[in-house]
Structure formats: C-alpha cells, structure tokens
Design a protein around this ligand. Structure first.
Ligand code: GLU
Length: 304
C-alpha cells in the first residue's frame, strides 16, 4: 500500500473542508490555535511510518487521553472497572449531567467526561503519583521522553471546568468517587492538557492495532482481550454522540478530542492520528473526520 501517496491525496481532498467548523472556544487556551492546521501520521504494525502536514506539531490531545487512562485503569483493576462505568454509547453530549442523574451516578462509558473522571479516580487510588504514571506510560508508548502537560491549558481547564466539577461532585454524591473531587479533577484536567503530535500519538496507540503489544517496547501493554475491548469501546463510544455517523463514514475504532485530534486504529494493520482544530457541533474535527473517511475509502480497508 502506497501510504505516502494516499496521505498526499487526502491532503488535497480535505482542502474544501476548511472553514466549515469552529475551533473550540469554551476553553480559552484552545481558542488561540489557528484553524488551518492539518497533520496526519500513520504507523503500520510492521514498522512503516508515513506523515503529512503538521504531523510533528504538538497540540492539546484533550479527550484522546481517555484511551490511555482507560488502558492504565484496565491494567490495574481489570473487569472490576465495569461495575463503576458502563460501556454503551451515550447518544448525549460528552459532558451531559442529565444522563448521569437518571442513571444514578454510573457513567455510560469511559469515553465521556463522567466516565473518564471515574477512570481518573481509579488511577488516583492505585498509583503513588497518578500524573507521573500517566506521563511515564505515554512517554514509553510514544518513545518521546519529553511528552508533558501544557500548564496553560491545564490552568484554563481548571478555571473554566464548572460542568466537569458538577459531574465529579455528582459522582462523589453517588459514592462513585473514592478520592476527593478536587484531586480527581486535577488529574482529569491535566490529562486533557497533554500535548502530543500526530507522530507521537500514532506510536502511542499502535499497541491497539497489534493485539496489545507495543512494537516500540516489544512488550504487551494490554492482553489481546483487553486490547479488543478498548477498541470496542472506541468504536462504540469514541466520537461523542456522532459515533454512529463516524462508523458509517469511516469504519474504524477511534477517539477524538476537542483539540481537533482523532486517533484511529485498523487492528492488525496500523494506527493513525490526524489533527485539525476546527470542530463540528458534536466536538469532532471536521477536517480530521473527512481525512479518515478518505483513508478508508482510498485504501479500501476498514473494520467492516
Ligand atoms: N477538557 C475537555 C472537557 O473536559 C475535554 C473534552 C473533550 O475533548 O471531549 O470538557
């Protein structure tokens, strides 16, 4: 497969998509990012690497971090996690409080904010220093020793995260947080503020295309079953309330973030990361979604 040519074709195809979405503005630090950025990086399980555009520029990975915290939580508590978080699509906005209320404090899935806050709580309980554990994991998986939190974004999240604060308080009120609300939110806001490039993210996610084994580390990060399950949760819950539309158009397990990044995997073949900051009304990158749709169309391969 000539991925270099395919990425070039994708970059041409997505040009008309710019200007149709809006850069996230509810977190002030994200509003400052130029909307015309576009980068894409694809890594195959057999060591191939292909990139185009701003693939090495770091951006705020936001909710893509939910995949990596879920990885860590699953490796600590295994099946017990699913007593505290569901695994069904939410069909609601990613920060919905209403749904959490009528489901008595059990979030629908770990890819929406409430579910990710419970996952952060698991990390806090099980790690001596949860932020450091998360950094260590991402640095190891991506091979980039200087991956870090963007302090400006983290502060911005903390200063404006009123809805997340409400979600966490509600979870605490329902007995679904073991640690203090502010401690859990501090970790959650920092994970959202991780800055990584498409190149780094494609490496960090490659174990999900490879049965849980990181080709970089030559070691299992997850069991094959855990890897299958994380991919299943991404496929059914990774794109907010537009997950059905994304499966219809793209056909890959994926996770998006409001920084404009999307990570996707084709199990057995590759992990791909795309970044372009303009978002549609569901919070997914407009250009990123179009790029991934072209990828599965031009290659003729998806999970379906
Ligand atoms: N930091 C964002 C929030 O919690 C993450 C949202 C997202 O990327 O889905 O609202």
């Amino acid at each position: 497969m000539d991925f270099d040519r395919i990425l070039e074709e994708i970059a041409q195809h997505v040009r008309p998509c710019f200007g149709k979405g809006r850069v996230a503005d509810y977190i002030p630090a994200l509003a400052a990012v130029p909307g015309d950025k576009f980068g894409m990086a694809l890594r195959t399980v057999d060591g191939g690497y292909h990139e185009i555009g701003d693939a090495r520029e770091r951006f705020s990975i936001q909710s893509i971090s939910k995949v990596f915290t879920l990885n860590i939580a699953v490796s600590y508590v295994g099946e017990a996690l699913w007593r505290r978080v569901g695994r069904e699509p939410s069909g609601n906005p990613f920060n919905s409080l209403v749904q959490l209320e009528y489901e008595q404090g059990i979030p629908r899935n770990p890819m929406i904010n409430a579910g990710a806050i419970v996952v952060s709580d698991v990390l806090l309980t099980h790690c001596d220093d949860a932020k450091q554990t998360l950094l260590d994991r991402l640095r190891a998986l991506s091979g980039a020793a200087d991956v870090g939190f963007d302090p400006v974004v983290a502060r911005s999240e903390a200063e404006t995260g009123f809805i997340n604060r409400a979600l966490a308080s509600f979870l605490k009120g329902h007995g679904n947080l073991e640690n203090e609300v502010e401690a859990v939110l501090d970790l959650y806001f920092h994970q959202c503020a991780l800055a990584m490039s498409c190149s780094e993210l494609s490496m960090a996610a490659l174990h999900l295309a490879n049965g849980g084994v990181s080709p970089l580390l030559g070691a299992a990060v997850l069991t094959p079953q855990q890897s299958k399950r994380v991919n299943a949760v991404m496929l059914t819950c990774g794109l907010y309330d537009a997950v059905g539309e994304f499966a219809f158009r793209v056909g890959l397990p994926a996770k998006s973030g409001v920084g404009g990044g999307i990570v996707a995997v084709l199990p057995g073949h590759y992990a791909v990361a795309v970044w372009s900051p303009e978002l549609d009304e569901s919070g997914n990158s407009t250009v990123g979604g179009a790029a991934l749709e072209h990828l599965t169309t031009l290659t003729g391969h998806s999970v379906f």
